[in-house]
Design a protein around this ligand. Structure first.
Ligand code: SF4
Length: 425
């Protein structure tokens, strides 16, 4: 391990006060492996990021005087010391994990994407191990003014007082602060159409369902299937006014929309009679190939397939499917292309797993074989320790998420790499 960095370690006390250490240098982690973040892997903390401290997880750092890694488990007064991580806004892919000791942790961290962060005295800024992968500025937090959202909510509720979906989106926009739901009330860009209260997977890090006794799901699932009329009211109201409209099934507040494919197909057929324009998109686990083919035939434009891995063993360990197979998902990729859909991969990225040599090789094969149009490099929100243990990864030999991004660009010049769905025009 060669020391090539200068950022300082950040640490927290039990009140959550965050400080930089005067002597210790920041380390980061790729899977289980401690690394010095390369200067190219560090960028100033993007606006809209959040800090988290990690109870029971003391930080690991580099001591230049001792020339060794040290664990800062206590502050001067004998108080416990905790590691600090950053949570990035959308458009940024995490390159490295925080370097902490998990030895004493007896709980699961909640569903966030923990990112290595330090303090750079040279530029007088916090720095994070991340890369911006999407230049679309439509999702910047400062483009969402809640005063305008509230006015939009009042307008749409007055127009559609009995539409359960509009009431559901009101809660998403104002209580859960879903940007896509806010877009509906602001009359622009990508609008969500949550449709499914159920799912046929049990992802370890599902945002909308978690078993009792573990960490909390971060969003409540929709508890009804909207009727085609309710979906059409929302969609047509959006298409009337929105610039670059995308109508998307498959949201954080639902199960998987593929289980409501009949409703989606009926909706798509009617919408295409009543309106032109707009991109009809579905974000899904793509577990049922015949439903993918049916949605393509009904007039959908694009599909984004979520996968944590192109390898069966890693996929099954995380998705824990009920009633479908990994091979079904691959068949769906083929069905999507045959049906003329724009095909995006929602790749759930974890440093030390996604960039492991066998994962990289499988990913390159998948993109080539199934002619993937876009890869969205999304940070997987989960306790890193839990995930590494579940999929049996260590991070040894990983090429780095930055290296993976560079390789994808070099190998597939026509492949779009990004973070968000696209309006297809
Ligand atoms: S496919 Fe989506 S809704 Fe289903 S368990 Fe996984 S994350 Fe949750």
């Amino acid at each position: 391990m060669e020391n090539t960095i200068t950022p300082r370690l950040l640490f927290a006390d039990r009140q959550g006060n965050i400080c930089d250490h005067p002597d210790l240098a920041m380390l980061a982690a790729s899977g289980d492996q401690l690394v010095f973040p390369a200067p190219d892997d560090l960028i100033p903390l993007p606006p809209g990021s959040r800090f988290f401290y990690l109870p029971q997880c003391p930080p690991l750092a580099w001591d230049d005087e001792l020339e060794q890694v040290v664990c800062l488990d206590e502050l001067d007064a004998g108080e416990p010391c905790f590691g600090v991580s950053a949570f990035l806004p959308p458009a940024y892919t995490r390159l490295l994990l925080p370097a902490v000791s998990y030895a004493d942790k007896d709980y699961q961290l909640p569903l966030w994407a923990y990112t290595a962060v330090g303090w750079s005295p040279e530029i007088n800024k916090y720095v994070v191990a991340a890369r911006r992968v999407d230049e679309n500025r439509q999702w910047e937090p400062d483009r969402f003014d809640d005063r305008e959202v509230v006015a939009g909510v009042e307008r749409q509720l007055a127009r559609f007082p009995d539409n359960r979906l509009v009431h559901h989106l009101r809660r998403c926009a104002l209580e859960d602060h879903c940007f896509a739901a806010k877009n509906f009330f602001l009359g622009r860009w990508e609008c969500p159409l949550p449709v499914s209260p159920v799912c046929n997977a049990r992802c370890l890090g599902c945002l909308s369902w978690q078993p009792e006794g573990g960490f909390d799901a971060s969003q409540d699932r929709i508890d009804f299937v909207p009727s085609v009329d309710e979906l059409l009211q929302v969609a047509l109201a959006h298409l009337e006014v929105a610039e670059n409209p995308v109508l998307s099934f498959g949201q954080g507040c639902e199960g998987d929309p593929i289980l409501q494919a009949e409703t989606i197909c009926a909706f798509a057929r009617r919408l295409r009679v009543e309106a032109d324009g707009g991109t009809l998109n579905v974000n899904t686990n793509a577990s049922l190939p015949e439903k993918v083919a049916a949605m393509a035939a009904a007039g959908m434009d694009s599909i984004r397939v979520s996968m944590n891995s192109p390898r069966k063993s890693t996929y099954l360990a995380y998705y824990r499917p009920r009633g479908y197979t990994f091979e079904n998902v691959l068949t769906s990729l083929r069905s999507a292309k045959e049906g003329g859909l724009h095909l995006a991969l929602n790749l759930l990225v974890m440093p030390g797993v996604t960039d492991a040599p066998e994962e990289v090789e499988a990913l390159l094969g998948l993109i080539g074989e199934y002619e993937i149009d876009q890869v969205q490099m999304r940070n997987l929100n989960i306790d890193p320790r839990l995930y590494l243990e579940t999929v049996g990864a260590t991070g040894e030999g990983a090429i780095g998420i930055g290296g993976l991004l560079d390789l994808l660009t070099a190998e597939f010049p026509g492949l779009e790499i990004g973070y968000f769905n696209r309006y297809l025009g």
